[in-house]
Design a protein around this ligand. Sequence first.
Ligand SMILES: Nc1ncnc2c1ncn2[C@@H]1O[C@H](COP(=O)(O)OP(=O)(O)OP(=O)(O)O)[C@@H](O)[C@H]1O
Ligand SMILES: [Mg+2]
Length: 368
Amino acid sequence: MLFNKQLDAAEIALSVSYSLNILGSIQWMIRQSVEVESQMTAVERVLEYCHLEQESPSHTNYRPNANWPSCGEINFKNVSFRYSNDSPFVLKNLTLTIYSGEKIGIVGRTGAGKSSFIQTLFRMAEPTGQIYIDNVDIFQLGLYDLRRRISIIPQDPVLFTGTVRYNLDPFGDYSDIEIWKALEEVQLKSFVEKNMSNSLKSLVSESGSNLSVGQKQLICLARAILKKSKILVIDEATANVDNATDEFIQNSIREKFKHCTVLTIAHRLRTVVDNDRIMVMNAGELVEFDSPYSLLENPTSYLTDLVRQTGAAEFDHLRGLAKLAYLRTSVDQQTKQYVDNKNIQSEHFDNSNGEETEQLLKSDHLVV
Ligand SMILES: Nc1ncnc2c1ncn2[C@@H]1O[C@H](COP(=O)(O)OP(=O)(O)OP(=O)(O)O)[C@@H](O)[C@H]1O
Ligand SMILES: [Mg+2]
């Protein structure tokens, strides 16, 4: 059309100007359609999340006592666990009892089901069978009540975007004094005071990227100390930290959680070799559950096999540590028994003369 017709300069200028305008509009249109498409992805994702299978309710009519669990005894009866209805069972028929205040090490090869065992306590997926904590059936509880009463120090520490205070006490349950005390106990007080300009109100960036892995784990430890739960679960908490921090974390746990039930998934066998008992997992089954000393005395046990793989010198060293821990526990138990007997006998002979009681007690021996 342009070439068949004689056009004057004004017409040509007008058509060029219009075509440039159209070009801009087309570019704008394409940009907008791309923008709509990417925004709609978010809508699609939200719709997808809306159709996800829901967890069990966070609250039920059954509420545990305010101080539950007060002893920290855990009972598993025929517990099996899988992550979804169409996947195989990763824990098979576990029946065991963990007594109040016991320190339990959980070991086994990769994929044996150690982390899955911990997942069952938090009901991350619903296991079959029965789990009791201090005689309370945990399947009766809402997830809010269950998960708030057990402390965990995960291998990959979880921190939120927010202040230091929010990360330690997300529900605002504790005073600043308590929070400073917990920070002091994990040796982070001076770091927060000196290196973070707004002290407890200083910001922790996304996933705690302005803190080192060790510091993040120490924050998780401080969180657990604040919560004062009777049950503490540690999933390979020491895998990413240097030896000094590792030792510090281990000592803090030993001291602060002396009277608590502590379940430790061991990254280093040395961490758990002085525990009261060791759970050895293999392909989702509990194959051994006894004191490390007894298991290491048995040359054909799974634990002996695992420890042997660390080398002959390490094997001897770990066996020595296990023996030492075993002897220490026996002495503690016998001392306790002796003291208990003495108290009972003192009560019994309360009205008799002291000589008779002394004579009876002389017949007791502390066998070490
Ligand atoms: N989120 C998940 N969804 C589906 N299957 C899973 C999931 N997590 C673990 N599994 C499967 O459960 C089994 C046990 O895994 P688990 O993580 O309990 O092993 P683990 O003993 O903790 O191993 P590791 O020492 O490597 O941490 C594995 O076969 C694994 O494939
Ligand atoms: Mg694991």
